[in-house]
Design a protein. Structure first.
Ligand SMILES: [Zn+2]
Length: 148
């Protein structure tokens, strides 16, 4: 048996037990201010990389969006009415929008809304599976069946 190695949180300086699958990358404990600090730090690191400067600007960005669409044609099959996607977008906290925008490398609301929709679906699926495992009553049955 390997001994559990504790790490020191970079934010609050307390010792914590990192997730074994993520030990090398995890430098912050799971307390919420530290998680926030961790996110902010990784975003800053990413933005400070020379290749990411100006990532969201100019012709390069437009090209990237086009290419992203080309390799992710699946997203465009979501033929949800645009209004519904806009609604979905507008009800999200800005941090989610920002995360998705970073994740897919696009600032286009359509791209973000489509991704959001896909993620919401998979999130619901995950929650459904979990509540079924726990034997709890699931009101997710509805959304799953209505999708098919
Ligand atoms: Zn901490």
């Amino acid at each position: 048996m390997k001994r559990i190695q504790k790490k020191k949180c970079r934010h609050c300086r307390r010792l914590f037990v990192p997730d074994p699958r993520n030990r090398d990358r995890q430098s912050y404990c799971s307390r919420s201010p530290c998680r926030k600090a961790s996110k902010a730090a990784s975003q800053k690191r990413w933005l400070n990389k020379p290749e990411n400067k100006g990532y969201f600007k100019g012709p390069e960005h437009v090209k990237r969006v086009r290419e992203w669409r080309k390799i992710n044609p699946g997203y465009w099959k979501w033929s949800k009415p645009r209004i519904a996607l806009q609604d979905l977008l507008m009800t999200q906290p800005p941090v989610i929008i920002g995360l998705i925008s970073n994740f897919i490398g696009s600032l286009l609301q359509d791209d973000i809304a489509n991704t959001l929709f896909a993620m919401q679906q998979s999130g619901q699926d995950i929650l459904c599976l979990q509540s079924q495992d726990e034997g709890g009553k699931s009101d997710c049955q509805k959304s799953v069946t209505s999708r098919r």
